[in-house]
Ligand binder design. Sequence first.
Ligand code: NDP
Length: 506
Amino acid sequence: MSTTISEKESREKAARHVSAERPILEFGGAWEYAPAPESKDHVRLESRYGLFINGAFVAAKAKGHFDTINPATEEKLAEVAEAGAADVDAAVRAAEEAYRRRWSKLKPAERGKYIYRIARLLQEKSREFAVLESLNGGKPIKESRDVDIPLAVAHFFYHAGWADKLSYAFPRRTVSPIGVCGQIIPWNFPLLMAAWKLAPALACGNTAVLKPAETTPLTALHLARICQEADLPPGVVNIVPGAGETGAHIVNHPRVAKIAFTGSTEVGKLIQRATAGTGKRLTLELGGKAANIIFEDAPLDQAVEGIVNGIYFNQGHVCCAGSRLLVQESVAETVVRKLAHRIETLRLGDPLDKNTDVGAINSKMQLEKIRELVSCGVEEGAAIHQSACPIPSRGFWFPPTFFTDVAQSNRIAREEIFGPVLAIMTFRTPDEAVEKANNIPYGLSAGVWTDKGSKIFQITSKMKAGVVWANTFNKFDPASPFGGYKESGFGREGGVHGLRAYVELT
Ligand code: NDP
């Protein structure tokens, strides 16, 4: 850990804290898991990737290449071409040409067939994509294999079905596409975010220029290969890796009709300013600081699993992560005790190991941000509890952590940490829980745990959050719209609501 407490110190402190909770195994000694690494032999990694423009991989016109690494080992995986202004312009023109001449004129059922083809090819190659996602992003293989890739496939299947049924989605209206969509995505769910963006855009008859995040471009580039295999008409999908500057070129391009952005609230505000008055459509899916509320009548063991899923899934790199835990005072001690024990059982390490629960932090920069906020939590007087798990010597890692004695005003209770760090606060009455949950500039998601159905309805209807889960957390479905309130953005992705952003209705 950075300034105030060293990692060693905090782990020793955490070990002392949880030692009383460790179960004593009768046969003596703790379980050791044998390594169970997923093979990477079937992943066809290129040493160098070009930009995907007009159906082909091409070199960048002016800029060079940047390295993309494995955050678990810091080893270089490949070099990736960086798109500059001229490349973005070429991509937008290719998308515009494809839109005008081909894609918007195609019979909707034919468009649907291409999207089905992409879904099927992705499904066939799901193992390759899962390994690639874990290699490039640091997430555990069991998550990329069981969550990211199946959900990405499901998004393509779901939207393929909509392509020729848009008149049912918008009855008594004439539905037309809008043109070239500029799409900018983050590094936490690289392929899934690409699917969330591309599938509805294509189904509605638009073409796209997509920029993956700088640290995780590989699955988007392999998706480009799938577009080639699916014989998708050239220019319908264009993929232009690069840094924030590349994203800004897309946002500012005059021929782009719509911007769809997922990322930080800070960049979302810049994009909103840049697009204001241009007539460009805009949807923003930004940060969050979700309240996960545990009532005293909740099934506590299940709730603890929900807390773990809510904050340690994908190392907490989740915009809708349940990063603020609100526990009813009468059960707070029990929940904290159970959670302290549970985080000791989480296995941190090689993302490609099938037994790994917590993988690598996505980048050095993100690790520094997590460390800075955790140090701030300690300085502000909150009590830190951290898993005593061993930390690999190379790569970017942060142990599962939670804070108790957190004040509402603490930075760890208000700012998005985007790491495996939970802030725990208590409440006495349902009204206080709602008040505390909503007392935040964000409004993306929330969770409620209680045995009473009536309480679920009473509380969820008062939450200022786009998605509220009851007695579960982090559940996604392409048919279910996802999006935020307040500083978490606007617009919905998924479901009929998600189609609305990609069509013109008259
Ligand atoms: P950013 O908002 O910086 O990045 C999201 C995407 O936007 C990336 O592709 C990024 O490129 C691009 N981008 C950056 N600057 C610009 C710009 N000026 N114009 C257009 N596009 C731009 O998020 P970070 O990746 O830096 O993460 C920082 C924080 O954002 C996290 O700690 C977390 O709090 C939050 N976040 C929220 C996410 C969510 O799902 N809501 C997802 C990811 C992050 P590049 O990759 O090169 O920076």
